[in-house]
Design a protein around this ligand. Structure first.
Ligand SMILES: Cc1ncc(COP(=O)(O)O)c(C=O)c1O
Length: 387
């Protein structure tokens, strides 16, 4: 498809008022607030006034979110659970695993978000053995490292698509092939990828995929989702559950546990209705803007950014090869708090993890934004770790 990357920010930037005041280049933390998401919150309040809060109506909203997420991932609606966070989705799946019959090992990449490592280590109380796959110095984890860790005793492999610490992108399909070859399940944390690169859950060949609406999907806090491959949903039974996971939410039966036949069985309690309004608006806006076009646009911006960083002699903590990174680019700093502060003083919003400055462009960022960032970094070169 021929993409007109030059027109992308111009077409949509006016819908994100923050750009009147600042250069916002921090979508790895949270997407910028759009007119559509602001309007969705207004609609939530208006509907509350109009309808009260009957739960038939909540269920309708919940199903709307499921439809949006299914469309986003090109998955079937019965493969999607709407959750309140990535953590909730991971916990539901962890609670369904039994770590028996010689399959007690969980393989976790060293690029995982804390919640992933912590939840899998919590399963050690239930008999799981957790083994980490270490990264190489260039912020990559080669497939051979996964190959060495995954064996016939592995129940599940947890991988993250794009690492929140360094922006490194994992070869998910390669890991899935290895894991499935040895009879293990694959859980993908796609939070730093959804909305910034097109994702087809089935094409990636993972069994589970969790993410949320907060970052490149332009939604707000409180809405997560979990994809579970169709053939699996009915076979695994979570013990972390709740009434919205029941076969019939309206049955109100307290005498048994009869989970839904679909991925809805991984849901729990009252859905996060305000976040669902915002999340649907964000996801639909992102789909309208075009995720494929966004990916191409951000790749161009990041090419410009990395070339500028190289010129400054900065140590780029993200792999240089475009296929090994996502939207996030990280730069090593000698005092990252001060560097984030210096950028903020110059009107640029970024964030940090470890000693790295995180710069994460999205559909609304321009080449001028990247130049502004590079100018400020040049002026604060003493705060950069140099190569
Ligand atoms: C890769 C990744 N996974 C998970 C999370 C958090 O997930 P949760 O929705 O459980 O807070 C984040 C960021 O907040 C993240 O960057």
């Amino acid at each position: 498809m021929a993409v007109s990357t030059a027109t992308l920010p111009a077409r949509i930037r006016h819908r994100f008022p923050i750009f009147d005041r600042r250069v916002y280049i921090n979508s790895c933390s949270q997407g910028a607030l759009s007119d559509a998401v602001r309007e969705a919150y207004g609609r939530y309040l208006a509907d509350w006034d109009e309808h009260g809060a009957p739960w038939e109506y909540w269920v309708e909203q919940l199903e709307g979110a499921r439809r949006s997420v299914a469309g986003l991932l090109n998955a079937a609606e019965d493969e999607v659970a709407i959750t309140t966070s990535v953590s909730a989705g991971v916990s539901a799946i962890a609670s369904a695993l039994r770590f028996q019959n010689g399959r007690d090992k969980v393989v976790v990449s060293d690029f995982e978000f804390p919640t992933i490592g912590q939840i899998w280590h919590a399963q050690e109380r239930r008999g799981a053995r957790v083994v980490h796959v270490p990264a190489e110095p260039g912020a990559t984890i080669p497939l051979e490292r996964f190959e060495a860790a995954i064996d016939e005793q592995t129940a599940l492999v947890a991988v993250t698509h794009v690492c929140f610490r360094n922006g490194s992108r994992i070869d998910v399909k390669g890991v899935a092939e290895l894991a499935h070859g040895r009879g293990a399940l694959v859980f993908l944390d796609a939070y730093q990828a959804v909305g910034s690169i097109p994702i087809e859950a089935r094409a990636l060949d993972c069994d589970f995929l969790a993410a949320g609406a907060l970052k490149y999907l332009l939604g707000s806090a409180g809405l997560g989702f979990l994809y579970c491959r169709h053939e699996l949903a009915e076979k695994i039974e979570p013990t972390a559950t709740g009434w919205f996971a029941d076969r019939d939410i309206f049955e109100m039966d307290i005498h048994d546990y009869s989970p839904a036949a679909s991925a809805r069985r991984f849901e729990a309690g009252t859905p996060p209705i305000p976040a669902i309004y915002a999340g649907i608006a964000g996801i639909e806006l992102m789909r309208e803007i075009g995720i494929e076009e966004t990916e191409a646009h951000v790749r161009e911006l990041n090419g410009q950014l990395i070339a500028g960083l190289d010129e400054l002699g900065a140590r780029v903590a993200t792999p240089h090869a475009p296929e090994n990174r996502g939207a996030l680019v990280c730069v090593a700093s000698t005092d990252v708090e001060r560097l984030v502060g210096a950028l903020a003083e110059g009107g640029v919003v970024t964030s940090s993890r470890d000693d790295n400055l995180r710069i994460s462009a999205h559909c609304y960022n321009t080449a001028e934004d990247v130049s502004t960032v590079l100018d400020l970094l040049a002026r604060n070169r003493s705060l950069l770790r140099l190569d």
